[in-house]
Every structure is written in C-alpha cells, then in structure tokens.
Design a protein around this ligand. Structure first.
Ligand code: COA
Length: 330
C-alpha cells in the first residue's frame, strides 16, 4: 500500500500572560464589544520579553515527545513555519534542534505567512512519502506581539503568541495526508505585509520611527480574499475526494477571524460542532493556529476521522489539506 504521511502526535504551548480586550481598550481606540462581534476574539497570549519563538516551540515539541516513545535523537527533520524567527538567519528550526537535542536532524524554516503551517505540513509529508525520512517534526510558532503596534487598532486586536507541533510518520493503513491544494497571489503583498526589515526597505531609524517594522494590513481587502480563498480551495479538495459535509469529522481552519471561519464552514456545509475554533482564547497566532487547534481537540479525534485543514495568509498564500487521522486520542 502507498506510504502516506500521518500525524502521530501533537504538542502545543501558549504563554501564561493573557492580554484581554479590556487591556487593549487602554492602548488603542477600540472596545471589547466591537472586537468580539467583528473578530470573535476575547483574549490572546503574550510571550514575556527575553523569550523568543524557539522557546515556545521547544516547549511544544517536548510536550509532543512526551506523548511518544521517541526522544529528540529519533527525529530526522524539523521544519519550522514562522514569520517571527529568532533571527533572520540562522533558521529557527536549527535552534530548536539544538535546544531539544535533536542531534541527528537537519531542518529549515518556511514562510508562507498565516498559511505557513500547512505549507510546512505538505512539505514534511513529501519526505515521508518518498521514504527518505521516518520521523519529521512540523512546527508552527509565532511571537506576533513583536510584529504588532499596540496603538494600531486595525491589527493589535487580532494577534497573539503561541506554538504547536506535529510529528509525521509513515502510514500504510490508508490514514494520513490524502490530498492538498495550494495557491498564491503575489499581488496580495500590497494589502498585508511587514514593510521594513527586508531588502526592499532595510531597517533604518526613520522607518522604525514611522513604525514600518510592524504589520500593515488593509483588513477589509484581506477579509474578502480570505473568505473566498479558504472556502474555494476547501470545497474543491472535498469535491474531488468525493467528500460531503457528512463525511468530514472536523474542519480545522486557520484562526484569523471567526467570521472568516464561519463563512468557510458554511460553504462546506459544516455545522459549528464540526469546526475547531479557539480564536476567542488565543487570537491569530499565525503559524501556530492549526496545530494549536489539533492540540486542543486531540482527545476527541479518532483513527480514520476525516479532517479538512484550511488556511489563508499574507502573500496572498492559501491552501487546504485533507487527511485521515491516524490514532485514537487519549
Ligand atoms: N475597533 C473599533 N472600530 C474599528 C476597529 C477597532 N479595532 N477597527 C476598525 N474599526 C472601524 C473602522 O474604522 C470602520 O469605521 P467606519 O465605518 O466609521 O469607517 C469600521 O470599524 C469598519 O471597519 P472595517 O475595516 O471595514 O472592519 P471589518 O469588519 O473589515 O473588520 C478586521 C476589520 C481587521 C477585523 C477584518 O477586516 C479582518 O479580520 N480582516 C482579515 C484580517 C486577517 O485575516 N488578517 C490576517 C490574515 S491571515
């Protein structure tokens, strides 16, 4: 039977510090009711100063490993999806490998903004399917609090910090990743980006004063593209695999805005009880949203469950993954 890449363990971590809507009201011109109604977010987690993205990722990975018979030395590849790496280089994946003691692993980072985890998952799956790797860690981790201007009400209400990780292993029982589809549209760069800090606009005193090292977003444009992109691609992958809403156990959507999630679920014909939503507690943790959903729901998942994963992010970059869950939750 064909070798498929199955998720065989999940780990997660969110920082202890909670940033509520009430606190954000004291920093920006907004209010709790508006944030809840327009985004579904009530609070998010914020990493303490002095800690970095890899620190959260390491806790998530150790949480994952504690649910497996493996040690870090059994991992052969680490892919870290992030838009807030510890450094521009080296890759955060290398730092994670060093901190957990993954002495036999190589690794690299991947950036597809909020779609990063799904891109990394698809990439990691290829190494399993080809037979070259037996145990691949896919990490999604972001410290969005360093990317956000807390006086900008267009963005500061949305984002939070967190990390999630999954282990991919070969499966020959028909479970694992069955299908996936990804799309990009580079013209989306104008609507969602971090203007300064790259080669196009290197960091300078002037642009830091102008706050160009923070996220800039045209929210309503991104919203429209996100609703269409996530719903279209999810519907297409379901259709070509002969899946109806009855066959799908859970939709696992990127958590950017509850209204985007609801629109995607509605197009797929999925009722609320079949949709993983934790945006009210964590906000948008960018690359960590999907693994944090799996982490929160892992006890409810059963071998053979059909899951539809979907994400949309800056780029624009979006996609959907269809997988069959490979084990019974604890
Ligand atoms: N608090 C209070 N009022 C706010 C506000 C806030 N935080 N942000 C915007 N407003 C106001 C606007 O000024 C506008 O007022 P006006 O009608 O008097 O001009 C009104 O609310 C509507 O603004 P709009 O930007 O159209 O709101 P929206 O319904 O599109 O919601 C977002 C804004 C950002 C929540 C929403 O567009 C969104 O979630 N976009 C996608 C973001 C995303 O997914 N980003 C990451 C990609 S993965």
């Amino acid at each position: 039977m064909k070798i498929r890449a199955a998720i065989t363990a999940v780990g997660g971590y969110v920082p202890e510090r909670v940033l509520t809507n009430a606190e954000i009201e004291t920093m920006a011109d907004t209010n709790d009711q508006w944030i809840r109604e327009r985004t579904g977010i009530a609070e998010r987690r914020i990493l303490d100063k002095g800690r970095a993205t890899s620190d959260m990722a390491v806790i998530a990975v150790n949480d994952l490993l504690s649910r497996t018979p493996y040690t870090a030395a059994d991992i052969s590849l680490i892919i870290c999806a992030t838009v807030s790496p510890d450094h521009v280089y080296p890759a955060t994946a290398n730092i994670i490998a060093d901190k957990i003691g993954a002495t036999k692993s190589w690794g690299f980072d991947m950036n597809a903004a909020c779609a990063g985890f799904l891109y990394a998952l698809r990439t990691g799956a290829q190494f399993i399917e080809s037979g070259t790797h037996q145990r691949v860690l896919v990490v999604g981790a972001d410290t969005m609090s360093i990317r956000v201007d807390y006086e900008d009400r267009n963005t500061c209400i949305l984002f939070g910090d967190g990390a999630g990780a999954v282990l991919l292993e070969p499966d020959t029982e028909g479970n694992g990743m069955i299908d996936a589809q990804f799309e990009v549209d580079g013209s989306g760069c104008a609507y969602l980006q971090q203007p300064a800090g790259g080669s196009y606009e290197p960091v300078s005193v002037q642009n830091v004063r102008a706050k160009r090292q923070f996220i800039h977003q045209e929210g309503s444009t991104v919203y429209k593209f996100a609703v269409k992109g996530m719903a279209d691609v999810t519907e297409e992958v379901m259709k070509r695999n002969g899946l109806t809403h009855e066959d799908v156990r859970f939709l696992v959507p990127h958590q950017a805005n509850k209204r985007i999630i609801d629109a995607t679920a509605s197009r797929a014909g999925l009722p609320p009880e079949k949709v993983m939503i934790n945006i009210q507690r964590y906000g948008n943790t960018t690359c960590a949203t999907i693994p944090l959903c799996l982490w929160d729901w892992q006890k409810q998942l059963r071998k053979g469950d059909n899951l539809m994963l979907a994400a949309f992010g800056g780029g624009f970059a979006w996609g959907s993954v269809y997988l069959k869950w490979a084990y019974d939750g604890e």
